[in-house]
Design a protein around this ligand. Structure first.
Ligand code: UD1
Ligand code: CA
Length: 456
């Protein structure tokens, strides 16, 4: 099948008013990726070499977004929303390039999987002119019904045009279909709009092809494949299904999720075997985790690279550019941004490390802050291998601490510290014998005097 060329025509011209959003519906994200980008990914995984995106509402925004998730796609504007067949024909120019297979997909049906598409394409390879993806929803109301006669698909009837008898059919149209390229334009051009909604229905090509004596078939896919998103409740439902699939995939590939239903992945999260993820962990986009890491509860991680055997959290926040090397440790209430934590280094408690390097085996005490920003620009802090930074230190960047450098607790470090040096940047301690008691007596009598004055 791989030698057959394939164009995916993705319909995304619907207004999506029920999303109640200023943003086009299909740009709403699932796992951090616009739903239409999930559709593009599935098309590509099923072997689509060409992509045609049919847009309408919010065309400029759509084109701009498409540059990111489908830079090779051609976009076509469907000026008037006259039905799914009309929408496919907006991409006439792309279709007429002569692809073997045309895969029609919906931009608002993001959970379609590549296997379902590939199965439909396989039918074309075996000689079918049209292969419709069917499914059996728990409640068929609202879907087009697949009308079969003698084991052959002869028509798809939209709910509004169905007879009472036809409404009883449980096998429904998921919406997506594969059409042989050599027949596509001829069939689509024959579609009329004499139906209950007065629209040009893509589904009518089934009856047209069947009447021409062409081979028309239906494949069957699971319910999720057909889940169309119309409002934010359905968006959340799709997100939940996506997350459930991804968690399962992670676990089957050797990742332990102690409470899988509380761990959230992004579309691009990479996570190695023997990593353990505790409950309530969020992975934003751009996270790569090698094997054998431990991600403790309540950590929030995005744009971070975590090498093998690292220990993160609980309650850690890793922001973009955090790069943890083998066996590094970032503990509770620490934030790391645009910084490398080299092998075996420890950033254990209540610390902010931003725009920095923490050398191998260095130890960063509780409450350390890299002061990376002066309100205008960001500056770098370099902490050498094996350095020790005492608790509650402020490292005012740009600054560096040499290899093996030792910083006294509570320091404000504004000048670089050479290798193996000890640096303090704080007031010296003064101890006055008996003064504590004297102070307490003075404060107590002042308070008593105030109370007496108030009572008079
Ligand atoms: C469609 C199918 C129906 C199927 C159902 C599955 C047709 C005629 N009907 O119905 O058999 O059971 O999907 O969910 O195909 N679009 C455009 N331009 C248009 C019209 C639609 O771009 O002029 C896009 C929409 O944005 C959407 C997709 O095509 O992404 C499907 O259109 P929609 O109106 O939702 O079709 P359904 O009524 O759901
Ligand atoms: Ca729909």
């Amino acid at each position: 099948m791989s030698q057959r060329s394939c164009l995916s025509v993705i319909l995304a011209a619907g207004e999506g008013t029920r999303m109640k959003s200023a943003m086009p519906k299909v740009l709403h994200a699932i796992a951090g990726l616009p739903m239409v980008a999930h559709v593009v990914k599935a098309a590509e995984a099923a072997g689509a070499t060409g992509l045609a995106l049919v847009i309408g509402h919010g065309a400029d925004e759509m084109r701009k977004a498409a540059q990111k998730f489908a830079p090779k796609a051609d976009t076509f504007v469907q000026e008037k929303r006259l039905g799914t067949a009309h929408a496919v024909l907006a991409a006439r120019e792309a279709i007429s390039k002569g692809y073997d297979d045309i895969l029609v997909m919906f931009g608002d049906t993001p959970l379609i999987d590549a296997q379902a598409l590939a199965a439909a394409r396989q039918k074309l390879a075996e000689g079918a002119a049209v292969a419709v993806i069917g499914f059996r929803p728990p409640n068929p109301a609202g879907y087009g019904r697949l009308i079969e006669k003698g084991g052959r698909l002869v028509a798809i009837r939209e709910e509004k045009d169905c007879s009472d008898e036809e409404k009883k059919i449980g096998f429904c149209n998921a919406g997506m279909m594969a059409v042989a390229g050599k027949h596509a334009l001829r069939l689509l051009d024959k579609v009329g709009n004499k139906n209950a909604k007065g629209e040009f229905y893509l589904t009518d090509i089934v009856e047209i092809a069947s009447a021409e004596g062409l081979d028309v078939v239906a494949t069957e896919a699971s319910f999720e494949n057909a889940l169309g998103i119309n409002n934010r409740a359905e968006l959340a439902e799709a997100e939940a299904i996506w997350q459930a699939r991804r968690r399962r995939e992670a676990m089957l590939s050797g990742v332990t999720l102690i409470a899988p239903e509380t761990v959230y992945f992004s579309h691009d999260t990479e996570i190695g075997a023997d990593t353990i993820v505790e409950p309530n962990v969020w992975f934003g986009p751009g996270v790569r985790i090698a094997s054998g890491a431990k991600i403790h509860a309540f950590s929030h991680i995005e744009g971070a690279t975590i090498a093998s055997n690292c220990d993160v959290g609980p309650f850690a926040r890793l922001r973009p550019g955090a790069d943890l090397r083998h066996k590094a440790k970032v503990g509770n209430f620490c934030e790391v941004k645009q910084a490398t934590i080299e092998e075996g280094a420890k950033v254990n408690h209540l610390t902010y490390i931003g725009d920095a390097r923490v050398g191998a085996a260095a130890n960063i005490g509780a409450g350390t802050i890299t002061c990376n920003y002066d309100g205008y620009s960001k500056f770098f802090t370099d902490i050498g291998e094996g350095a020790f930074v005492g608790s509650n230190s402020a490292l005012v960047a740009p600054v560096s601490i040499g290899k093996g450098g030792y910083i006294g607790s509570g320091s404000v470090i504004t000048e670089s510290v050479p290798d193996d040096a000890l640096a303090f940047g704080r007031a010296r301690q003064k101890t006055i014998p008996g003064k504590g008691k004297e102070l307490r007596e003075r404060f107590a009598s002042a308070a008593a005097a105030r109370k007496k004055a108030a009572a008079e």
